[in-house]
Design a protein around this ligand. Structure first.
Ligand code: SAM
Length: 243
């Protein structure tokens, strides 16, 4: 298992760090999309974190469950919603099993990349499929690695350049690995450094992983608002159907 476990400090900061993408306005297209696919069935979020998406989806009346590796992240989620309203299994999304069947399993915010080997990513698709009813959907939101932005000999690409945040990604194309480096200026002026390691996967590789798990690509969009996915898209929302 190669996932990095999110610690207490990261968990405590998570909601503030993602505030921009957690407003009801920012989340609306995501929640609309997921609510429609869940229908009258249950939804399971892999790597639910502090519940940024899951809590909002449950707020629409969908029965949501979660799987999450980090206990500190689950403790943050518990400040918002009780176990009886949104049960979470602490475990690895490649293997953990939540009782019952689901019409929707979803993994947002580049979650697949937290799994740092191909074998684990395949296991994640298989575990999603294991939880789905026949005809149920697995939805992933995943970045497309911007390798076209790297001329020969260059291995780093900026991900953000602003007054409070300098970030760049370094790539190891041989192993499909990326390290994201972040230098963030805190309110008191001190600069903190953070990094994360991710395995990138092309959309076509995701489709193959889905096939190995008994699912087929049903639709691919550039965004949650169902924009057209093109060669210029830097991210995709893909829907896989079981059976
Ligand atoms: C970027 S956060 C996303 C949280 C939430 N889904 C959201 O959109 O805000 C990534 C989460 O993945 C969790 N995670 C990483 N590897 C995992 C694994 N193998 N199984 C389950 N959760 C994992 C981390 O602990 C963290 O909470």
């Amino acid at each position: 298992m190669t996932s990095e476990v999110w610690d207490e400090e990261t968990a405590a900061r998570y909601d503030a760090d993602t505030a921009d993408m957690s407003t009801s306005e920012a989340l609306r297209p995501t929640i609309n999309f997921l609510e429609e696919l869940a229908g009258s069935g249950r939804a399971l979020e892999f790597a639910i974190g502090t519940g940024r998406v899951g809590v909002a989806l449950a707020g629409r009346g969908v029965q949501v469950c979660g799987i999450e590796l980090s206990e500190p992240m689950v403790r943050e989620l518990r400040r918002k919603v009780e176990e009886s309203a949104l049960p979470v299994a602490v475990g690895n999304m490649t293997t953990a099993r939540v009782p019952g069947e689901f019409s929707l399993v979803y993994l947002v915010f580049n979650g697949l990349s937290n799994l740092q080997t191909q074998a684990e990513q395949v296991a994640c698709f298989q575990n999603a499929s294991r939880h789905l009813v026949l005809g149920g959907r697995f939805v992933i939101e995943l970045w497309v690695p911007p390798l076209r932005r790297m001329p020969p000999g260059q291995t780093a690409v900026p991900n953000e350049v602003s007054e409070g945040h300098l970030g760049f990604d370094t790539y190891d194309p041989v192993h499909q690995m990326c390290t994201s480096h972040h230098y963030v200026k805190d309110a008191d002026g001190t600069v903190r450094y953070d990094f994360g390691n991710f395995r990138y996967a092309w959309p076509a590789e995701c489709d193959l992983m889905a096939q190995l798990a008994g699912m087929q690509l049903e639709g691919r969009f550039s965004e949650w608002d169902r924009g057209v996915f093109t060669a210029e898209s830097d991210s995709h929302v893909s829907v896989y159907r079981k059976g």
